[in-house]
Design a protein around this ligand. Structure first.
Ligand code: NAG
Ligand code: NAG
Ligand code: NAG
Ligand code: NAG
Ligand code: NAG
Ligand code: NAG
Length: 450
């Protein structure tokens, strides 16, 4: 699998406090201040839990705490090699679908001026790669990354894997329950993790949880579209906004927020965006529109085609579809992208000026195969009975993701049906471990040597 691009939103300083938070339709949410010693409440009234649910590591503080706005951005947890190559946050979670968001920052917390290389996985699937040297602004200011994933085994495993001897770092971890049918799940099933490669609110600054007080039931934050406009588009673009209420928002299963449709960009001519992506993967795009210009009040007055990498995705006449001041969204999937740029073009057909409120772009990352559940149980029992030391990094799934080494001393292979991974060999000879071997070892039916 290709390395996944880092997608990040640099921190900006902003002030808006617009609407009060209201209760979300899904109740499970965790906000963990990694490295934080006490529970703290941020300016948006979110309570961050003192650091917990981690398998090891140590805590630290960024080198310039005053440069960061929120308490949860100033502290971090890092995983030196003495706690093993693989470490995790493991949280109890009922089966369901969740939004995961991490804050990652280096800011020379260790005084070594070397931003680390490491990978992150979710539920045994590689989702993010951080490669040293990080861009200067990223290392200093940090970045938020997010994704949607299903959890089916009663706990969420967010794991970090050290490349060479670099200690992985994490600043904060948020998890929120979302509608299991959101984002085309009825068609796609539960076999993919949707990794955010761009969630644009056109004509706006960054907003959403952690950035402004605007409500988004899924906890999504929305980034400005400005930097992704092509130079030609920047020349002609005009921002329009409205305070009028928009109908059809905050509805199951996606709960797209009203604010998204109260702002838009328009311009006489072709509007084009270029989004950086990783090649050879599939992407799910969502497009958001609303006719918020009251002078457009008949069908046929504003018609345009949406082209994705020069392919016609759809013809759009917002008024004909939903009328004025109403949300109109649709999705489109790009398969096996061959380039590292995804181009989205809005080409006028009638009326001259396309309009758009938002674009979301998610990589469809297929779930990696995981270790067979009964073998995971057996390995956990073995870890406890042998008191396997931290430095061996026996955390998370023993074998997955398949792009990482298995637990130290453990060899895995796919089972006969290729539906899961099984343990084929355990070699702890050089580790000087003594203890009794748990009865659960009998569950390791594919073991050929111990
Ligand atoms: C933080 O809050 C959690 C949940 O409300 C509570 O269980 C825990 O004891 C608190 N921890 C500290 C250090 O105050
Ligand atoms: C946070 O909560 C307090 C009390 O519950 C309330 O007075 C305050 O207005 C809230 N702040 C925001 C930004 O919602
Ligand atoms: C930008 O606009 C100019 C003039 O309209 C045109 O010649 C050029 O091909 C455009 N560039 C791109 C990349 O579309
Ligand atoms: C693009 O596709 C739509 C159908 O979604 C079609 O009506 C329209 O004519 C197509 N545009 C072009 C330029 O082929
Ligand atoms: C993706 O496209 C490349 C060529 O661009 C091709 O070699 C590869 O087989 C394709 N993969 C799939 C899964 O279709
Ligand atoms: C492999 O598939 C067959 C038939 O579907 C099933 O009977 C068998 O139990 C499976 N074996 C494993 C190891 O999952």
């Amino acid at each position: 699998m290709p390395l996944l691009l880092l997608l990040f939103f640099l921190l900006r300083f902003f002030t808006s406090f617009q609407s009060a938070l209201s209760a979300a339709p899904f109740d499970i949410a965790y906000h963990i201040d990694c490295g934080g010693p006490t529970n703290v409440t941020d300016p948006f009234n979110t309570t961050w839990l003192a650091d917990r649910y981690y398998t090891g590591g140590s805590t630290s503080v960024v080198s310039e705490p005053l440069h960061f706005r929120h308490p949860q951005e100033k502290t971090l947890r890092y995983f030196p090699l003495s706690s093993g190559k693989k470490n995790c946050y493991i949280l109890p979670l009922p089966s369901g679908r969740y939004y995961f968001r991490t804050f990652t920052v280096y800011d020379n917390y260790d005084g070594k001026s070397h931003s680390p290389s490491f990978d992150a996985s979710l539920e045994g699937t590689l989702v993010f790669s951080w490669r040293s040297p990080w861009p200067e602004s990223l290392a200093r200011d940090g970045a938020y990354s997010d994704l949607f994933a299903f959890v089916k085994d009663g706990e969420a495993d967010v794991c970090f894997y050290s490349i060479a001897t670099d200690p992985p770092v994490i600043g904060s971890l948020e998890i929120r329950q979302v509608d299991p049918l959101s984002y085309s799940a009825a068609d796609l099933g539960d076999r993919f993790i949707l990794v955010n490669y761009g969630r644009l609110s056109c004509g706006s600054d960054q907003w959403g949880p952690g950035f402004t007080n605007d409500v988004d039931y899924f906890g999504r934050s929305w980034q400005s579209d400005e930097e992704l406009r092509t130079p030609n588009t920047s020349k002609i673009v005009r921002v329009v906004s409205t305070r009028e209420s928009i109908s059809g928002v905050n509805q199951a299963p996606n709960y797209f927020p009203m604010k998204l449709y109260q702002m838009a960009v328009t311009g006489n001519g072709v509007l084009e965006y270029e989004i950086q992506v990783d090649a050879k993967m599939d992407y799910l795009l969502w497009f958001h529109f609303a006719e918020i210009d009251s002078t457009v009040n008949k069908k046929g007055q504003r018609v345009f085609d949406v082209l994705v990498n020069e392919k016609n995705a759809s013809r759009v006449d917002i008024f004909a579809q939903v009328g004025s001041f109403a949300a109109y969204s649709f999705s489109y999937t790009v398969h096996n992208l061959s380039s590292t740029t995804l181009s989205v073009k809005l080409v006028p057909v009638a009326g001259g000026a396309p309009i758009i409120c938002g674009i979301e772009n998610y990589a469809l990352v297929p779930n990696d195969i995981a270790t067979m559940p009964e073998q995971v149980t057996a390995m956990k029992a073995l870890k406890d009975s042998l008191r396997v030391p931290d430095r061996m990094g026996w955390n998370g799934d023993p074998c997955a993701p398949t792009n990482w080494d298995a637990w130290e001393g453990v060899t895995c292979r796919p089972d006969i049906n290729d539906t899961g991974l099984v343990i084929s060999q355990i070699d702890l000879g050089s580790q000087g471990l003594k203890g009794f071997i748990s009865d659960q070892i009998s569950l390791l039916t594919n073991l050929v040597s111990l």
